[in-house]
Design a protein around this ligand. Structure first.
Ligand SMILES: NC(=O)c1ccc[n+]([C@@H]2O[C@H](COP(=O)([O-])OP(=O)(O)OC[C@H]3O[C@@H](n4cnc5c(N)ncnc54)[C@H](O)[C@@H]3O)[C@@H](O)[C@H]2O)c1
Length: 341
């Protein structure tokens, strides 16, 4: 089986590639990634030497690059590539529309031309918008409220449109907040872990009572593999951790695991339009494909903290932008450094 993965140098994509390569050593994986500030080839050292793995640096908005990179009759496209940070989308939506919407459309066009047998599209619980009570189901109303969520909603709808119009085989997954190793420390949990480990303040948006659900990235990766191999064409599956809790609860648990005092928490002005509560139901994927999260939040959080402790070199390189120097030397890329944390 040959899979063509976009955005595989990012947090979730690299977990998926590492897991897939271990599970199917005979399979072929092409990882197509633009290497933005969020793409980090150090996440993939475990598979670099794999005979059937190849990395291609490229932009999903570049039709010619995709035509060259995607082999005819590729078995599946697994589409992770996206601009993924809500705060960045509030600061400027243009890159989000370009990558998440236009990029998805270009990729869909080329996937069809190349006769891809399946298109697995990775979406987010944020397309459902903020929830009062109750759960977000696969057929619930879409109500995106940030530029990031709006661009991801448009991307999903393009995938469905190509399925309906041209009969393309696709599966869409929507996942809640992922956490685990190799996550870029602009996102709340790795930022909090890295700051706590170095005794720096941890920013808390507003009152910290926003509710999020957390799923470990290794559990998500298993769900994605199932969706790819056994998901029903044209279906959407929610992947959640079943652990909705406030940001403040999460940060307090984290601090207690690190024996740090709560005085490290520093209230900052709330994010504009901050969604109050997300709550995906994963009942459908459990019922139809037999998946449920296996890693409890406390266990996953402890192992994530352990990973960041043990991988200070990775953290240091990400924080001081060393990996960007590597890209400059390797590809002549002058990337802007990611948010310095
Ligand atoms: N992280 C989460 O908690 C979460 C939750 C729900 C959904 N998602 C979705 O999962 C997917 C992966 O998320 P992540 O957290 O791994 O993201 P990430 O930001 O860590 O990685 C994104 C990857 O995409 C690449 N990329 C960006 N623009 C590109 C382009 N134009 N062409 C090719 N590659 C490009 C980047 O270089 C990077 O490697 C995204 O689609 C995101 O919307 C993430």
């Amino acid at each position: 089986m040959h899979i063509f993965v976009t955005g595989g140098a990012g947090f979730i994509g690299s977990q998926f590639i590492r897991d897939w390569a271990e599970r199917f050593p005979e399979g072929h994986i092409t990882n197509f990634d633009k290497l933005t500030y969020a793409g980090n080839l150090a996440n993939l050292t475990a598979v670099e030497a794999h005979a059937n793995y190849r990395f291609i640096r490229g932009d999903i908005c570049d039709r010619n690059a995709l035509l060259e990179a995607i082999p005819a009759n590729v078995d599946a496209i697994v589409h992770f590539a996206a601009e993924s940070d809500v705060d960045r989308s509030i600061a400027g939506a243009a890159e989000f529309v370009r990558t998440n919407v236009v990029g998805t459309q270009v990729l869909l066009d080329v996937a069809r031309e190349r006769g891809a047998k399946r298109f697995l599209h990775i979406s987010t619980d944020e397309v459902g918008g903020t929830m009062g009570l109750g759960w977000f189901f696969e057929d619930s109303k879409l109500d995106p409220r940030s530029p990031y969520a709006a661009s991801k909603t448009a991307a999903e709808q393009l995938v469905r449109a190509v399925g309906a119009t041209f009969g393309m085989d696709y599966v869409i997954t929507r996942t809640s907040n992922n956490y685990g190793p190799y996550q870029f420390p602009e996102k709340v949990l790795p930022l909090a872990i890295c700051n706590a480990l170095s005794g720096q303040p941890i920013p808390v948006y507003g009152d910290g009572l926003q509710i999020r659900d957390w799923v470990h990235v290794a559990d998500n990766s298993k769900a994605l593999q199932l969706a790819l191999l056994q998901g029903k064409a044209g279906e959407t599956y929610h992947i959640g951790g079943g652990t909705p809790q406030t940001n403040m609860e999460v940060l307090r648990t984290l601090l207690s695991m690190l024996y740090c005092h709560e005085s490290l928490l520093k209230r900052v002005t709330d994010r504009l339009g901050h969604d109050r509560r997300y709550a995906v139901s994963y009942a459908k994927i459990e019922r139809e494909l037999g998946w449920h999260p296996e890693i409890s939040f406390p266990t996953g959080l402890r192992s994530t903290i352990h990973w960041y402790r043990q991988n200070q070199e990775w953290v240091k390189a990400v924080r001081n932008g060393e990996y960007l120097n590597y890209y400059k030397a390797q590809y002549g890329l002058n990337l802007p450094a990611g948010q310095v944390v």
